[in-house]
Write a protein that binds this ligand. Structure first.
Ligand SMILES: C[S@@+](CC[C@H](N)C(=O)[O-])C[C@H]1O[C@@H](n2cnc3c(N)ncnc32)[C@H](O)[C@@H]1O
Length: 251
């Protein structure tokens, strides 16, 4: 028996990795995060496979499904949204499987923050603008360690992707404004890569209002930083006067 944690991607089924797809094709049991995973990825499953939606299950129930099959020669696909290593709550599952001596493997996926950047045709790490990407969220019902308070992270003025927080857009903007200038661009991408994706563009003084007008309250990325603008330096990697391991300078 083996459990595969699979990143299903942000919505578009074709963002699933080939490996993830082939495991779904061979899985005897699938447990998918029904609130966000696109059900279309389940179309590849075997006709006689059993499907559980983990949206209504707690941790013990998910683990019980796996433990029950422990002595059998089964493949279990635990299908998470985006990449499972980001707000995926997989560590607690992996640790329980380790305790149970159950073999498992993680297949990464396309996270929603990169899908949002792709929809916007943007690069988080623009030379001369920012070489750092901060992935974070605002504290809501689940806390965030005090030392990672959004106001403190804002001090870096790095490229930022804020998860799970669009419902608190006013508070997010207030925190960001403590360090980012008010003209800093912000993009809110709801349901990136889904057919009903919505993109709202603005800056720190306009975005809250625009998000409310668009009625975006969940499943959105808030991307912040000058990487969303148009000023940057050209990369050294493709500079004809710059030598590196794979290419000699022409200069
Ligand atoms: C529990 S987290 C899961 C993140 C996921 N593991 C990932 O890598 O994208 C859920 C949050 O991810 C973001 N999210 C997930 N899918 C999204 C999508 N298609 N477009 C925009 N944001 C998305 C939203 O911020 C949402 O509140």
């Amino acid at each position: 028996m083996k459990v595969y944690f699979i990143g299903a991607g942000p919505g578009e089924p074709e963002y699933m990795t080939l490996k993830g797809k082939s495991i779904i094709e061979s899985a005897d049991i699938l447990i998918y995060a029904g609130s966000l995973v696109n059900k279309e990825v389940l179309q590849w499953r075997k006709a006689d496979s059993i499907v559980y939606n983990s949206a209504g299950m707690h941790l013990d129930e998910v683990i019980d499904v796996m433990v029950k099959e422990k002595e059998k020669d089964k493949i279990i696909a635990r299908v998470h949204t985006g990449d499972p290593s980001i707000y995926g709550a997989i560590r607690e599952q992996m640790d329980r499987l380790k305790d149970e001596n159950i073999n498992y493997e993680v297949i990464p996926g396309v996270s929603s923050f990169v899908a949002a950047a792709a929809s916007l045709d943007k690069e988080f790490t623009l030379p001369g603008v920012s070489q750092t990407v901060i992935l974070t969220r605002k504290a809501g019902r689940t806390p965030v360690p005090e030392k990672e308070d959004l106001k403190l992270l804002a001090a870096h003025q790095a490229s930022m992707a804020i998860f799970l927080s669009v419902g608190m857009i006013d508070e997010v903007v207030e925190d960001l404004k403590t360090h980012y200038p008010v003209h800093t661009p912000v993009a809110v991408v709801q349901r990136a890569s889904w057919p009903d994706e919505i993109i709202v563009l603005g800056n720190l003084s306009t975005i809250s209002e625009k998000v409310k007008v668009a009625n975006i309250t969940k499943t959105a990325q808030i991307l912040v930083g000058d990487f969303l603008g148009d000023d940057y330096e050209l990369s050294k990697l493709y500079d004809k006067n710059f030598t590196h391991e794979y290419r000699k300078s022409e200069g």
